[in-house]
Design a protein around this ligand. Structure first.
Ligand code: PMP
Ligand code: GLU
Length: 397
């Protein structure tokens, strides 16, 4: 009998990947789709990183690596944390995995017991809630809205904490909102967390380098909670290396040890060639990331300027990453031909069918009133996409 597990049945399909696949399928049928759904830099991986990978093959880095990653890469990560974040880690606190996505599920599977609660401020990145569920935890969602730049306050956090709270996860810079927490805001959150010694913080900093306002701030900088913070990071976004699949954590040693044990039964160490490429990326520093970030910032301004003139779009100012997350509830209950827009998922499908632009509805991010646009695409395509969107929306009455 074809019957998948209850565990799998309870899990949603990744909405970002589903929309990306849908647009690939339509493109394969010859439909001219502009894909603003998936969050990945449109740049190619820089040459010196590709060279390091080629050299890794020639140097026969083709055998099983150590489960938590090569020491040389883990040292490069320790140095990165010190150099860029002023955070002190030893090599045994670092675990390299097959993408940051893998790092996050590793941590949840390593620390959660059935029924443990995990606080997830919404809008959240699609996969957090399903990962918590897979680890048999219970997501406790704090709803944050556009008027507070989609950020949770210390008071909101405090009132969501119960005796069952085991963890909290958030991303800053954020996917899907592009917002980032200031040092002051993180300090206030840290002071709440410091009163609850059972809580582990998963601080997803994968967009660290795509920051338009200045220095990256990590919640791990606050010594009162540092021994309970797991910093999640990777090379996918900042170094345009999404396909290489390398993520990592800087964590308390006991969590790094637990994750290594888990990974030893699941996947073993991450791809050797990709590890050597990631090492070259991190050792060369973040200069090249800055160039890409300057381009993202220019695109953000173009998108926001355009969206200002779309009636019914309410935007705030994203300070990082490469997403805009306008509130679009103005269009709910509007109709065109046989389309009726009930929520932002309907709107995303409508824009795909009528405008040939792929976006992602906000429901999967915990904010059904919003729609996510990734502007990690060329200016020319972006403007074309925005014009198509504007025209398609104008038909809804
Ligand atoms: N966290 C966030 C917030 C993300 O947007 C992504 C992108 N997929 C990830 C983690 C996972 O990144 P990776 O490609 O390293 O698995
Ligand atoms: N993080 C990206 C996104 O949110 C990539 C897709 C994914 O891994 O879900 O679109």
């Amino acid at each position: 009998m074809e019957k998948v597990s209850d565990r799998l049945n309870k899990m949603a399909v990744s909405a970002t990947l589903a929309m990306a696949q849908k647009s690939r399928d339509l493109q394969a049928q010859g439909v001219d789709i502009i894909n603003l759904s998936i969050g990945e830099p449109d740049f190619d991986t820089p040459e010196h990183i590709k060279e390091a990978a080629k050299k890794a093959i020639d140097d026969n880095f083709t055998h099983y690596p150590p489960v938590p990653g090569y020491d040389s890469l883990r040292k490069a990560i320790v140095n990165k944390f010190k150099r860029e974040n002023n955070l002190d880690y030893s090599v045994d606190q670092i675990v390299v995995s097959t993408g940051a996505k893998h790092s996050i599920i590793n941590v949840f599977l390593s620390i959660l017991n059935p029924g443990d609660e995990v606080i997830v401020p919404a809008p959240y990145w699609v996969s957090y809630v399903d990962m918590v569920g897979l680890a048999e935890g219970i997501p406790v969602v704090i709803k944050c809205d556009i008027n507070s730049d989609f950020k949770m306050t210390a008071t909101q956090l405090e009132s969501a904490i119960t005796t069952k709270t085991r963890a909290i996860i958030f991303s800053s810079p954020s996917n899907p909102t592009g917002n980032l927490y200031s040092k002051e805001e993180l300090k206030n959150l840290a002071s709440v967390i410091s009163k609850h010694p059972n809580i582990i913080v998963l601080s997803d900093e994968i967009y660290e380098h795509i920051n338009f306002v200045g220095k990256h701030e990590s919640i791990a900088q606050f010594s009162e909670i540092k021994d309970r913070v797991v910093v999640v990071n990777g090379v996918s976004k900042g170094y345009a290396m999404t396909g290489w699949r390398i993520g990592y954590i800087g964590a308390p040693a006991w969590i790094a040890k637990a994750v290594t044990k888990l990974q030893g039964q699941f996947t073993s160490g991450a791809c050797t060639i990709a590890q050597k490429a990631a090492e070259a990326a991190l050792n060369a520093g973040s200069e090249q990331c800055k160039e890409m970030t300057a381009i993202f910032k220019k695109r953000r301004d173009i998108v926001l300027n355009f969206m200002k003139d779309i009636p019914g779009f309410k935007t705030n100012l994203p300070e990082g990453a490469f997403y805009v997350f306008p509130e679009v509830s103005y269009f709910f209950d509007k109709k065109y031909e046989n389309y009726t827009i009930k929520d932002s998922n309907d709107l995303a499908l409508y824009l795909l069918d009528k405008g040939h632009v792929a976006t992602v509805g906000g429901t999967a991010f915990g904010s059904p009133e919003c729609l996510r646009f990734s502007y990690a695409t060329s200016e020319e395509l972006m403007l074309e996409a925005l014009n198509r969107i504007k025209n398609a929306l104008a038909l809804l009455k």
